[in-house]
Design a protein. Structure first.
Length: 148
């Protein structure tokens, strides 16, 4: 796994790109930039450019956060990485089971094909966010408490 990891400096870039990309992506979807783009004379391509830039900045930020090394990459860090992947997979599996049971019990329809695809994309992001949160919690919060 060590040979597939990026240098530690990419983690800082990920910390910058993840919130910036998510803001651009969500704000673009909500239409925050429409009046600004219309005032500047941009039409549809400008709107798409903001959405594409925000989405891929968000993805690059997640990638950089997950696959960059820590300052001291040792066996303990690798163990935490593996456990965090296991936790994220279990969390996503439980999410799917609860979601589909809820849809079956309450006869909920997801709202068509586009809503279902959005739900699946959200579950993929849920996996990576669960990994990031658990990995950093164990490494920086729980490990700090045990050291003190």
């Amino acid at each position: 796994m060590k040979k597939f990891l990026l240098p530690h400096r990419f983690k800082k870039m990920g910390l910058l790109l993840l919130p910036l990309g998510s803001f651009l992506w969500v704000a673009g979807q909500l239409g925050v930039f429409n009046s600004l783009l219309n005032a500047l004379g941009f039409r549809y391509p400008g709107f798409q450019l903001i959405l594409i830039t925000g989405f891929f900045s968000f993805l690059a930020g997640i990638y950089f956060l997950i696959f960059s090394r820590e300052k001291t990459e040792d066996e303990f860090i690798q163990h935490i990485r593996l456990e965090s992947f296991h936790f994220a997979a279990l969390f996503q599996l439980i999410f799917f089971v609860v979601l589909f049971l809820g849809m079956a019990i309450f006869s909920l329809e997801p709202g068509g094909e586009s809503a279902f695809l959005l739900l699946l994309a959200g579950s993929i992001l849920l996996f990576w966010l669960a990994y990031i949160i658990r990995f950093n919690y164990i490494l920086h919060v729980k490990n700090r408490v045990t050291r003190e």
